[in-house]
Design a protein. Structure first.
Length: 132
C-alpha cells in the first residue's frame, strides 16, 4: 500500500503553521510576501468570514476584490471567489498556495489563439482572442 505523503511548507505541517503568529509565518515566506504581510497584515474581516465558512456544512465561496492578499494558513481549506475584472474566479485554497497572492490564481487575460485571416483581411487580424 502506498504511503500518504504529508504536505509541508518550508518543513512545517499545516497544524504547526496555523499555530504560528503572523510575524513568524512571514519569516517563512519569500521577501515580497514577507514585506506585504508585515506592512499590511491580513484582512481580519475576510479571515473571520472564512473561519465561519469552515464551520458551515455547505459553504458558499466568499467574494473578494483583494487580489494582493497573501494566502496564510488560516485560509487553507476554504473557497474564495476573486474578481478578475469582469467575472469571479472560484479558488479552493490549498497548502501549496501558501505565501502566494490570490491574484496569481485568477488570471485576468484571455489566452490568445491564432486563426486564419479572411479574404481581404490584414495579417494582424489572425490574432483572435479565445472565446468562452
Amino acid at each position: 500500500m502506498a504511503e500518504v505523503r504529508k504536505v509541508t511548507f518550508r518543513g512545517k505541517t499545516i497544524e504547526e503553521l496555523q499555530a504560528l503568529s503572523l510575524q513568524d509565518f512571514a519569516k517563512l515566506c519569500t521577501s515580497r510576501a514577507r514585506r506585504a504581510l508585515l506592512k499590511n497584515g491580513v484582512d481580519k474581516k475576510l479571515i473571520k468570514k472564512l473561519e465561519g465558512q469552515k464551520k458551515n456544512p455547505k459553504p458558499k465561496s466568499i467574494k473578494t476584490h483583494k487580489r494582493d492578499l497573501v494566502v496564510v494558513p488560516a485560509m487553507v481549506g476554504t473557497k474564495v471567489s476573486v474578481y478578475k475584472g469582469k467575472d469571479w474566479e472560484q479558488i479552493d485554497v490549498t497548502t501549496r498556495m501558501l505565501g502566494h497572492y490570490l491574484g496569481e490564481f485568477a488570471l485576468t487575460r484571455k489566452k490568445l489563439q491564432h486563426g486564419k485571416a479572411g479574404i481581404g483581411a490584414t495579417k494582424s487580424s489572425t490574432a483572435v482572442t479565445a472565446r468562452g
